[in-house]
Design a protein around this ligand. Structure first.
Ligand SMILES: Cc1ncc(C[n+]2csc(CCOP(=O)(O)OP(=O)(O)O)c2C)c(N)n1
Ligand SMILES: [Mg+2]
Length: 609
């Protein structure tokens, strides 16, 4: 056997470079890194050695550089993913939140935190967590519950099995999720005689499982006997590359489509069968059909509570759920009729078996009424009042081409965008609403831009999210990855303040004004963004915002636009109840009243059979 002597870190990097997807692109095109002890000496040396063929990107925060990596994978529909390496201790645990985000959203990312010495010779090293009773515990065990595959590399040759297993997890549609290889620092530096064959180029094909024949026929029967079917398109439609097939299927069988947060942009917003978004932040058209639907056909969706309105959206007592999902776990839950399969393959095979079957037509007036509500919420306002999020969304949409990608994750904006944004092209709508993680947005925008450089990337976020994590804005400037960032400054956690009020609470600790303070806060976001190297401006009103968006289009680097907005206004049309537990006893009459309403609303919730 021919062997080659390399350190474990050098071998890891060399192996990654040899892995290709079926398009011939590298599965892992490069690595984000913040160095410290536990990765600078060995992994740093290995990455330096390959810097021309395998780029290393430097971030400013471990969590957010991992967000960039995860957003990249999502924008690539999971066909490529990035690696991220950190030092041991705080560098590593900073990345746990991002790992959870990837886990919830079923997105691939290869995390390589440094770990303590396998030899234990210098213990306890700087930043080492010492467990009194279990010597095998390190801080990196925090990754276990939020990794799809976790491994601790304590001998070099473990990589011979760990790396193929990592790649299969990253590239398999059912298992897809974050992989954490916790890499002991002494092991990274250790040399080993590796079989040369380990580094031979390898192609990872996308597995497209076909449905079980019996399950397929049961699904066909369910669709044929349904009088009011509704397709709920989730992120799996995009990951499977099933957008064209979904369109053909919906048209041929005349079944209307509603979209989840992850599934939005599966079908062009302007398509007559696209009834808009579903659920808590849904369109009136989609939710009206959902209420009566006797068959809900989920395609690549987890049926998270924002989709189901905590199980109050699909109200027909006779309704069934047909869950088409490549992941058996998702397909079987919620007492659904399972169809475990790749979305594209399943829709093609269902279409063949259904022949010319068509569902009864849906009244087009439903969509017209909803579009009038969208216009009312997004048209430029008259007068001098502060604009709403909806007004800002309208302005941004009017100044964006169909090719643009809007990026968001948390605050009041995801709900408003879900209702109001019109996504015409696949992947034009990029939300993390699985983990809805404040601080995802700017870094996420950077990752999306790296994935799809030919498309305009527009990040929309609140003041709260901006303050939580903004430093990868400087990275976007440094890397020449231009993004446009629109900051909606309503001076606090507007959506949580509204939720607090809606559950009977007093405004408390959410808006900056109603949080304990000695000095009133007056944050100059534009000055802050400019200090990071972006072009930055604050605008007064919607007309000025549209002018700024035009300037941003031609800017040569990341461009930040700040606008003051009203913290209290949201789009009332559409939507649905969401289960947020209200206190059963309270001295506040408002809480007691909210509790009464809560119990009434909860009566609409699905009863467990
Ligand atoms: C990391 C993280 N911490 C806390 C939350 C809970 N949370 C959701 S939205 C929100 C406030 C967001 O404020 P801002 O970005 O200004 O948006 P706004 O609500 O004002 O629209 C909070 C605290 C979260 N989603 N993520
Ligand atoms: Mg805010």
């Amino acid at each position: 056997m021919k062997t080659i002597r390399l350190t474990a870190a050098q071998a890891l990097v060399r192996y990654l470079i040899a892995q290709k997807n079926e398009d011939g692109d590298p599965v892992i095109p490069g690595c984000w890194a913040i160095f410290g002890h536990g990765n600078v000496a060995a992994l740093g040396e290995a990455l330096y050695g390959v810097r021309d063929s395998f780029p290393t990107w430097r971030g400013h925060n471990e969590q957010t550089m991992a967000h960039a990596a995860i957003a990249y994978a999502k924008a690539k529909n999971r066909r490529q993913a990035m690696a991220v390496t950190t030092s041991i201790g705080p560098g590593a645990t900073n990345m746990v939140t991002a790992c959870a985000l990837a886990h919830v959203n079923r997105l691939p990312v290869l995390l390589i935190p440094g770990d303590v010495f396998a030899s234990r010779a210098p213990d306890p090293v700087l930043q080492q967590v010492e467990d009194f009773d279990d010597a095998t515990v390190s801080a990196n065990d925090c990754f276990r519950p939020v990794s799809r595959y976790f491994d601790r590399i304590t001998r070099p040759e473990q990589l011979l099995t760990a790396l193929p297993r990592a790649l299969s997890t990253l590239t398999d549609p059912e298992r897809c999720g974050p992989v954490t290889l916790s890499f002991c620092q002494d092991v990274q530096a250790e040399a080993f005689d590796w079989p040369e064959s380990f580094f031979a180029e390898k192609t990872w094909h996308q597995r497209r499982p076909a449905p079980d024949a019996g399950a397929l026929m049961r699904a066909v029967d369910a669709i044929k006997s349904a009088k009011r079917p509704l397709i709920v398109a989730g992120g799996g439609v995009l990951f499977s590359g099933a957008t064209e097939v979904l369109k053909a299927f919906a048209e041929k069988h005349r079944i209307p489509v509603a979209e989840t947060q992850a599934g939005k942009s599966s079908l062009a917003a302007s398509h007559p069968l696209n009834l808009g978004s579903i659920g808590v932040t849904g369109a009136s058209a989609a939710n009206a059909i959902a209420a009566d639907a006797d068959l809900v056909i989920g395609v690549g969706t987890r049926f998270q509570d924002f989709t189901t309105g905590s199980w109050s959206v699909f109200r027909n007592p006779a309704r069934r759920i047909l869950a088409i999902n490549v992941t058996a776990f998702d397909s079987y839950k919620h007492d659904a009729l399972p169809l475990v399969a790749d979305a594209r393959v399943a829709l093609e095979m269902l279409g063949e078996k259904l022949g010319g079957h068509q569902a009864p037509a849906v009244d087009p007036e439903l969509k017209r009424t909803w579009m009038a509500s969208v216009a009312a919420a997004t048209d430029a306002p008259s007068g001098n009042a502060l604009p709403s999020d909806g007004h800002v969304i309208g302005a941004v949409q009017r100044q964006s081409g169909e090719d643009a990608i809007v990026v968001c994750a948390s605050g009041g904006l995801p709900g408003e965008l879900h209702k109001l944004w019109q996504a015409e092209r696949p992947n034009g709508y990029h939300l993390d609403y699985g983990y809805s993680c404040m601080g995802y947005e700017i870094a996420g925008g950077l990752g999306v831009k790296m994935a799809l450089p030919e498309r305009d990337v527009i990040v929309m976020l609140g003041d709260g999210s901006y303050l939580m994590a903004n430093s990868e804005l400087a990275t976007s400037v440094m890397l020449g990855q231009k993004i446009t960032v629109v900051v909606l400054d309503n001076r606090g956690f507007g959506c949580i303040n509204r939720l607090q009020r809606a559950t009977g609470g007093e405004s408390f600790n959410n808006l900056i004004d109603t949080a304990r303070h000695v000095v009133p806060s007056d944050i100059d976001f534009a000055a802050h963004a400019a200090s990071l190297g972006a072009i930055a401006e604050k605008v007064d009103g919607i007309e000025a915002l549209e002018e700024a968006m035009k300037r941003a289009k031609t800017s040569d680097r990341s461009h930040v636009i700040v606008i003051d907005t009203d913290p209290m206004i949201t789009t009332e049309a559409g939507g649905n109840w969401w289960d947020v537990a209200v206190p059963e006893v309270s001295e506040r009459t408002q809480v007691n009243a909210a509790r009464e309403n809560y119990l009434k609303d909860r009566a609409n919730q699905r009863a467990f059979d």
